[in-house]
Design a protein around this ligand. Structure first.
Ligand code: ASP
Ligand code: MG
Length: 422
């Protein structure tokens, strides 16, 4: 059996949804489970609804209208019959959100976020499933929340693998005998049936969970790039496709910030030796990249760029050493403010971290750190990671840049750099 994952771009309009369905149709004779993300910008737009609702920044109903209109337009283009049940199905999803918006926002932000933002994936999966059925692919829509069990860490829920595996194994194989199953990425539910989400861009991870639990033969992530490239085309004019990649290299690349696959995706697949294909939905006949057990190292060095970095330097106020006690306090604060450390460095009397400048939570971290340490920070930096580096690749990325911090091991070089003014 195979698992396919279609991301937001692959279902962003009626034409792309038709294209996704035609890819599904080619594989429909084998057992196939399809995991889908929310349509293009829907997650961001629903986040705006939540912000307007909880923080009073604007009218949440107006923000919701944008999402409604986008989905309605797609519906009208895909379904000629205005009486088709999918119209009601989609309308009901929006009513669920409106019910929430009519109440006072008394629950926590993270909880409300998950209840509202999760609807994006319900919408896209319902539309794709209805379209597949309409063109004659026997398709069954399944609610991922009935299978993916999590704790109640809203917005970053932790999967209960044992329970999830038991549920998936009990139900899915039978359904897959008869139907192509379409379900949602990104979402799960607590033991009390409250909806949770698995972290931004978490649909890849959902697909990996289903694949691992079902011992799938393979999983394919359909993207708008030809596969895993050695750099994001946003940064390099010429990029190279990597045809084959080891799980370890894939984990390293995504850990350092390659956005092509969600970092949590690979480990469950590696444990079960399931091949992960990254292919282009625009050129579905091309093989793309295969991630699997291989001794092959990357054929070319890979580059990962992360802009908007803040370097925070932390020193005990009394000029004592940085000891384990301080470190655990600092890590705890990062965890509390949901901050991921991209690079860290310590010396006897100071500890420094580079993190994404995500705004409010960084300010809160700085405030908390300043209560106990002498803190200084520098914003607007860029973190460059090169996997399988050499001097030439380093020189290539350092044009007009000054190194602030550098870390190297045998395979990976990380440099925190600052743009030099001409
Ligand atoms: N729709 C969610 C997001 O944009 C999950 C995903 O796309 O993987 O974060
Ligand atoms: Mg996405």
């Amino acid at each position: 059996m195979q698992v396919f994952k279609f991301g937001g771009a692959s279902v962003k309009n009626a034409e792309n949804i038709k294209n996704a369905a035609s890819i599904i149709s080619k594989y429909k004779s084998s057992e196939l489970l399809v995991v889908v993300s929310a349509i293009n910008k829907t997650t961001d737009r629903l986040q705006e609804v939540v912000n307007n609702y909880t923080k009073g920044q604007g009218d949440p109903f107006l923000a919701l209208d944008v999402v409604k209109q986008e989905h309605n337009q797609i519906l009208c283009e895909l379904f000629e019959d205005r009486q088709a049940p999918v119209f009601d199905d989609i309308a009901n999803c929006f009513v669920e959100i409106e019910w929430i918006l009519e109440e006072e926002p008394l629950d926590s932000y993270d909880y409300l976020y998950d209840q509202i933002v999760s609807v994006g994936e319900l919408l896209s999966s319902k539309i794709l499933a209805a379209h597949c059925n309409q063109i004659g692919i026997p398709t069954k829509w399944e609610d991922a929340r009935d299978y993916i069990s999590t704790d109640n860490t809203y917005r970053e829920a932790v999967v209960d693998w044992e329970l999830t595996e038991a549920k998936i194994r009990r139900e899915f194989p039978l359904i897959l005998d008869e139907y192509v199953v379409i379900t949602q990425g990104f979402i799960g539910s607590t033991s009390e049936n409250f909806t949770t989400t698995l972290g931004r861009e978490g649909s890849d991870y959902s697909a990996a969970i289903f694949a691992a639990c079902l011992n799938a033969e393979g999983i394919t992530i359909w993207k708008d790039v030809p596969g895993v490239l050695n750099a994001d085309p946003k940064w390099f004019e010429k990029t190279e496709l990597i045809p084959e990649l080891s799980y370890t290299d894939a984990i390293e690349l995504t850990y350092y910030g390659a956005t092509v696959i969600h970092p949590k995706t690979i480990k469950p697949l590696q444990n079960k030796k399931i091949t992960l294909n990254v292919r282009s939905f625009l050129q579905p006949e091309q093989p793309g990249t295969q991630i699997r057990t291989t001794n092959q190292t990357l054929p070319v060095p890979s580059f990962i760029f992360k802009i908007n970095q803040v370097l925070i330097n932390i020193q005990p106020r009394d000029f004592s050493f940085i000891v384990e006690d301080n470190l655990s306090h600092i890590f705890n604060l990062c965890h509390l403010h949901r901050i991921k450390i991209n690079m860290m460095h310590n010396s006897a009397i100071s500890f420094s971290v580079s993190i994404d400048d995500t705004g409010e939570n960084v300010d809160m971290l700085l405030e908390d750190l300043e209560k106990r340490y002498k803190v200084n920070y520098e914003k607007g930096l860029e973190l460059i990671t090169i996997r399988y580096y050499n001097q030439e690749t380093i020189d290539r990325v350092l044009v007009n840049k000054k190194i602030i911090r550098e870390l190297k091991d045998s395979y990976t070089c990380q440099m925190l750099v600052k743009e030099l003014n001409e």
